[in-house]
Write a protein that binds this ligand. Structure first.
Ligand SMILES: [Fe+2]
Length: 228
């Protein structure tokens, strides 16, 4: 993706999120220089726990069809998770645009509640894992949705309207997209590690390759290792 496109998506997404009354934390608006100056000392966990902007086209260069906007608002640490106490949780705010696919994947560690916070409907395609972790094409899918357990056929589509959510346990395969409009999505989960805990069905990247055609408005999480 070109940096100019990312800058544009940052701005559009911020406007969309604010339209629902959700405001991102102050560090979202730090400039590159401010981020550089502050992530050394008092803002170390922003870098270490990979908080912040995350725009991905899954490396395929077709953001409108295959992509996701994410902002990691909070995230605990692998050390706490290993210790079994402390900050074991994470929160993201995301946007799936109308008919914009987030491709089929699962997580080894992370359980995640995916919440439709407003806008269009969110459609999820779901499969259970086979013993070897691959997609089981026939096993029933059982998920909790706001206190109601739903049993569905393999590959069934679960439609969440604003206010509705689903709990996806580790190993449950899922792909999702917006329908009838762009969707603001909340994610409340176990500690999140996007470098190691995404298993995609098809060979695909988690992050974008960026062409630097203008200055970044804000850094993405995937920029931290090279820019800070
Ligand atoms: Fe996921």
């Amino acid at each position: 993706m070109e940096r100019s496109q990312i800058n544009e998506i940052l701005e559009e997404s911020d406007r969309f999120i604010r339209s629902f009354g959700y405001i991102l934390p102050p560090f979202a608006y730090w400039s590159v220089e401010e981020m550089r100056a502050r992530t050394g000392a008092d803002a170390g966990d922003i870098r270490a726990n990979r908080l912040g902007w995350d725009i991905t086209d899954y490396g395929q260069g077709r953001f409108d069809d295959l992509g996701l906007f994410l902002f990691t608002v909070r995230n605990g640490s692998a050390a706490d998770l290993a210790a079994g106490r402390g900050m074991l949780y994470a929160e993201k705010i995301m946007i799936s645009r109308d008919k914009q696919l987030s491709p089929m994947h699962r997580h080894n560690i992370k359980a995640e509640d995916i919440i439709n916070r407003g806008g269009g409907s969110l459609v999820l395609e779901l499969f259970t894992s086979a013993e070897d972790g691959s997609i089981d094409p026939s096993a029933e899918v059982v998920v909790a949705t706001d206190g109601v357990v739903r049993r569905m056929q393999a590959g069934a589509l679960l439609k969440l309207d604003p206010g509705e959510s689903v709990t996806l346990m580790p190993g449950l395969w899922h792909a999702f997209w917006g329908e009838g409009g762009d969707v603001l999505i909340g994610e409340v989960s176990t500690v999140n590690d996007d470098l190691t805990d995404n298993v995609f069905r098809d060979p695909i990247g988690r992050f974008s390759t960026i062409i630097e055609d203008e200055k970044p408005r804000h850094l993405l999480v995937s920029d931290y290792d090279t820019w800070l």
